[in-house]
Ligand binder design. Sequence first.
Ligand SMILES: [Zn+2]
Length: 143
Amino acid sequence: MTDLSDLFLRIRARHGHYCPMSTLGGRLGEMALLAVGKDAGALTATYHIDTCAADGIAVATGCLPEEGRLKMHPDGLHRLELRGEDGVGVRAELTPTALERAAACRKQLDEGGAPDEVLTELRTGPADELIALTPLAGGENDA
Ligand SMILES: [Zn+2]
């Protein structure tokens, strides 16, 4: 596991603030990267909803939209697809639990909560409660 606190610092540097969705984007990207593995070659990513999560995904996976490696395909799904050079990859999607927790965190932040306290659960909570992973075979057209 990478150093999560460093990951979230780097996400904030890119994103400009701490928030629930950029945090969950970092978790999505990190989990997808672990699942795809380091030997998959140049990675490309697609995210299916235009939220703050995109910055978290970009930082965690290294797939930057400005380099054309993170594409947005907004159709309302909190779903990341990360693929290696051969097209094999993984789908990582936020669970309903993750979305509920994100909304609760948003409310706490809006009420003046300290981000480092409010976001702890999203930063360190069990990945399998927050993210559903599905393998993607190469050549599968999931867009
Ligand atoms: Zn944000």
